[in-house]
Design a binder for this molecule. Structure first.
Ligand code: HEC
Length: 153
């Protein structure tokens, strides 16, 4: 009984959190959106760094790997959904290339590569396979560089 009400309460929090994030964006100025996006990208950077250190250590800590993957999923959802028109390079300190809006399919595909690599990181953690983890983390890093070289100025 107690347990189910705790779960219900956290689910409510989860959903209101998601709704709030969407609402927040629409009530933010372009400058605030860019700041919010940069914060999300810094969380991405930190957690990708955590995964790299984990892979280097050679021991696959499944719990930590999953924690970093979840943080990367949450931060990338926030980052990738915040490329709204009016926040391109030229506005505040945005480095978002105009190509993001000119080539939305290409930008989606670049996000897909990031998510695919993240899926491989997760699978490698489940399998406790350190070689696969190293390869997947390398692929994840490649997905950052790939997107940056096309869509970041
Ligand atoms: C689908 C495209 C895409 C992927 C994938 C991506 N990024 Fe980025 N990233 C961008 C764009 C576009 C910007 C510029 C955003 C801006 O200036 O508003 C950016 C900016 C950044 C910034 C700078 C934020 C700031 O304060 O100026 C960091 C750090 C960063 N990314 C890290 C990463 C890392 C690490 C990864 C991979 C683990 C990654 N990104 C994956 C598109 C991407």
């Amino acid at each position: 009984m107690i347990k189910s009400s705790v779960i219900a309460a956290s689910l409510t929090l989860l959903f209101s959190g998601a709704a709030m994030a969407a609402d927040d964006l629409s009530s933010m100025s372009p400058e605030q959106i860019i700041k919010h996006r940069h914060q999300a990208f810094h969380q991405i950077k930190d957690n990708a760094g955590n995964l790299r250190s984990l892979a280097k250590s050679g021991a696959v800590d499944q719990t930590k790997a999953k924690e970093y993957v979840a943080a990367l999923e949450a931060a990338s959802d926030r980052a990738f959904s915040s490329f709204v028109p009016g926040t391109e390079a030229g506005v505040a300190d945005s480095e978002a290339s105009k190509k993001i809006w000119q080539d939305p399919d290409g930008f989606k595909a670049a996000q897909g590569k990031f998510h695919d690599a993240l899926g491989k990181v997760s699978a490698a953690a489940d399998a406790r396979d350190s070689d696969a983890l190293t390869a997947a983390v390398g692929e994840l890093g490649g997905s950052c560089k790939g997107c940056h070289s096309s869509y970041r100025e």
